[in-house]
Design a protein around this ligand. Structure first.
Ligand code: GLN
Ligand code: ZN
Length: 771
């Protein structure tokens, strides 16, 4: 085996520090540039990344630098490399069977009637990957040499990098059965057919000059996949026996981040591979296993998932503990790919310098890894001053004003703050107060964020539009949205959220305890990136946030205007959150701020208030043992936020997924009066779950898939509604789209809503006849 570098990272952001890749890719999609120009920009980005990582201290020629570029998504990269694409895209292959970049984008984004691959969250992160579709007929074969060419490109530039590819077990474990597969088909059953293609790929990578390859196998740590941990471990053992047994291959690092490997660790130790990367942020140091003496252990001790500088001395301590296991070598690394963090703290000129000194983005994390690596080779004394500096920053953070705010902590919580009066009582009070028809019609909150809105916001931020003018513009926008909803005949209206750039950042900007970045972009999916806020201190609400907009909107209509808030769990999930206290404590601080906001909304005459929790499912821990504690604090924080609402105030919540069954107990425990969920794409399948568990609060299964520009026909919506009416008592049912409308255009939105109203009218007629 070739020596492994003393320090490395599992992956680096690919979008570019100024989102260069986004701009290049979107220009190509829009026909404003060609393939040559796009490939050129991407090659320059990769070259810049290699140089940058070398300048930060990773070795140029010892495989320390990962080759982890992607044009869209690493799971799609792997699927395309091994030819695992759905049959509807088969005709996009070139004459020689390879899948080129235009075809790759088509698979990611769809085209006309050909639906793209589905998208879903990558483990417990906010990154979305594309879900491969695999059936009994999927013909695996090497179909893209992109990764091989990237290794060659690096070699030509004087680098020896370490190509990174999603491993065969994870690729299959995350896949879904293709449409043409028989009922109950398991993609993992195709492992033996897939593995030889990985053997081919590794041989090609070796020939191109790679001395190490990294197979990402995070599926091995998850207890939340259809396959059990034991099945996944067996699959890994059999795949690695073949891949590792091949003669022409680079040395193999298997990385299994995002949680602890537990028993699977010994399976990897027994496999014919050379190195194993373990996540020591989410998991503990593994127990010794026979066979370690000829393995490299890569300790993920620098948090790849969060932006804190953290405790470097403790990180070094973990590496020392790892050394006790008796492996051939121990190396320092990040716990996960740095894909989840922004590029560089020094790009932030407006952040408070004291706060900046507590942070480490990707580049700072690399410096930390390099320091730890030096400590491993030269001894702790050689890095003592760096360890001390990090400890001093940590101590400074602990004692800084705002991190612990006496007035926030003085607020005492009673058990009764977490509950409202019984649902039965609330239902009667709300019926009386609201006077809504059967199957009330509403939307999820946002209306299309048009180019005009984005332009006005950008002008306002640049100082080109005065605050008064910007607000007048937003009020006109609200007028239009209210008028449209009245014309359409919706029952509970919304103001459309034009003032919000993002449903979390908006609250972060208006609460104390948060900071926002200028350039802290993190890839969300494909060319999309978000700029998560930093929740660094105790959270409080200096002034009402939404009351002005909601009351303005309410003043424009005699119908009920829905107040619109983002819930504590979602605010935490989509921010970088302080790591110095339990999440539940932080969530409760956010909840108290929202609770006060609800009190103010009520006092201002808002009778229906929605608290969105689309991220409730996403934060669910990968290990079943950790799930009850999570569900307890997440549900509690929602109940604390909403627990002060009067009986007659109708509390809504919105969740962005259709896996109702998975979190049904939590949804029930939220005790919201009305819950809207996604249901259109699954043709209302979720209605069966709802009926089966006897869920008895208000429920709005979405009838319009807002993820697609398609306008659903009246008959289609009507049949979805009838399905819902068949299974669920009508007094519980609401009619609404799947999610917010902000990514849609006005034409399709208006037409779709008109069809929803008409379908509802038809179904209501029958209900009235029946009554
Ligand atoms: N109220 C938000 C909106 O309509 C909810 C968005 C979401 O669920 N992600 O945009
Ligand atoms: Zn949603």
């Amino acid at each position: 085996m070739t020596a492994f570098p003393q320090g490395t990272i599992l992956g680096y952001p690919r979008i570019g520090r100024r989102r260069e890749l986004k701009k290049a890719v979107e220009a190509f999609w829009a026909g404003r540039s060609d393939l040559v120009a796009l490939e050129q920009t991407a090659a320059e980005l990769r070259a810049g990344t290699r140089e940058r990582l070398a300048a930060l201290g990773l070795g140029r020629d010892d495989s320390a630098i990962p080759e982890s570029f992607s044009f869209y998504d690493q799971v799609l990269d792997a699927a395309v490399a091994v030819g695992a694409i759905p049959s509807r895209f088969e005709n996009l292959r070139d004459a020689d069977g390879s899948i080129g970049l235009p075809a790759y984008f088509t698979i990611a984004r769809g085209e006309g009637e050909r639906a793209p691959l589905e998208m879903t969250k990558w483990f417990d992160s906010n990154y979305h990957y594309l879900v491969p579709e695999i059936g009994p007929e999927t013909a695996f074969s090497l179909s893209s040499d992109r990764l091989v060419r990237e290794v060659e490109e690096a070699v030509a530039a004087g680098f020896r990098t370490r190509p990174v590819v999603v491993g065969p077990v994870t690729l299959l474990a995350l896949a879904k059965a293709s449409d043409d597969a028989p009922e109950g088909f398991d993609p993992l059953s195709r492992l033996d057919d897939l593995v030889p293609v990985y053997v081919d790929l590794l041989a090609r990578l070796r020939a191109a000059g790679a001395e190490w390859v990294q197979l990402d196998e995070p599926a091995l740590v998850s207890e939340s996949l259809p396959a059990s941990v034991e099945q996944l471990a067996d699959a890994a053992a059999s795949a690695l026996a073949i891949i590792g047994g091949a003669s022409e291959r680079p040395s193999i690092l298997v990385a299994a981040p995002y949680a602890s490997l537990e028993a699977t660790f010994s399976v990897l130790v027994a496999a014919p591979i050379e190195a194993i990367a373990v996540d020591l942020i989410r998991g503990g140091v593994p127990v010794a296993a026979a066979g370690l003496a000829d393995k490299v252990l890569v300790g993920g001790v620098v948090d790849g998932h969060n932006i804190w500088r953290g405790d470097l001395a403790a990180a070094f301590g973990k590496l020392e503990a790892l050394r006790q296991l008796g492996a051939a070598q121990v190396a320092a690394s990040t716990s996960t790919s740095l894909l989840h963090v922004p590029h560089d703290v020094t790009d932030e000129t407006k952040l408070d310098t004291r706060l900046s000194s507590w942070l480490a983005f990707a580049d700072q994390k690399i410096e930390q890894v390099v320091t730890l690596a030096r400590g491993l080779s030269e001894g702790r004394a050689a890095i003592q001053s760096e360890l001390d500096e990090a400890s001093a920053a940590l101590a400074d953070r602990e004692n800084a004003p705002g991190v612990r705010d006496g007035s926030v902590r003085a607020r005492e919580l009673a058990d009764s703050d977490f509950s409202r009066v019984s649902y039965a009582e609330r239902e009667i009070a709300q019926q009386e107060a609201l006077g809504l028809p059967a199957l009330p019609l509403t939307t999820i909150g946002s209306f299309p964020q048009t180019g005009d809105i984005r332009r006005a916001r950008a002008q306002f931020i640049r100082g080109e539009l005065a605050e008064a003018e910007y607000e007048a513009f937003l009020r006109r926008e609200i007028d239009t949205v209210v008028e449209l909803q009245e014309d359409l005949g919706l029952d509970v209206l919304v103001h459309g959220e034009p003032e919000r750039n993002d449903m979390v950042q908006y609250f972060a900007e208006n609460l104390d305890g948060f900071a926002v970045t200028e350039n802290g972009w993190v890839q969300s999916y494909g060319s999309r990136a978000t700029r998560p806020s930093i929740l660094w201190g105790d959270v409080s609400r200096p002034a009402p946030i939404t009351v002005g907009w909601s009351t303005y909107a309410q003043s424009k209509t005699a119908k009920h205007m829905k107040g619109m808030l983002t819930g504590p769990v979602t605010i935490l999930a989509w921010s970088f959150v302080r790591d110095d206290q339990p999440l539940g404590e932080t969530a409760n601080q956010v909840a108290v701020a929202l609770r006060d906001e609800i009190t103010d909304l009520e006092a201002a005459g808002i009778a229906v208030i929605q608290v969105d929790e689309p991220a409730l499912r996403e934060l669910l821990p990968l290990k079943s043992a950790d799930q009850p504690a999570y569900l307890k604090w997440s549900v509690d924080s929602f109940r604390l936020a909403t627990g002060g609402a009067a009986a007659a105030t109708q509390v809504h919540t919105h969740l962005c997924y259709s896996e109702f069954g998975v979190v049904i107990d939590a949804i029930r425990a939220l005790d919201a009066d009305v819950t809207s969920i996604e249901a259109a794409r699954s043709r209302m399948e979720v209605v069966t779950d709802i009926a089966e568990v006897g869920f008895d609060h208000g429920i709005g299964p979405g009838v319009y898939d807002i993820h697609s520009p398609r306008v659903p026909a009246v008959e289609e919506i009507e049949s979805l509604l009838r399905r819902a009416v068949d299974d669920i008592p009508t007094r519980q049912l609401w009619v609404n789209p799947d999610c917010g409308l902000k990514t849609r255009g006005y034409d399709e939105t208006t037409e779709s809503l008109r069809n929803i109203v008409e379908a509802t009218r038809r179904v209501r007629e029958d209900i009235n006849v029946a009554v």
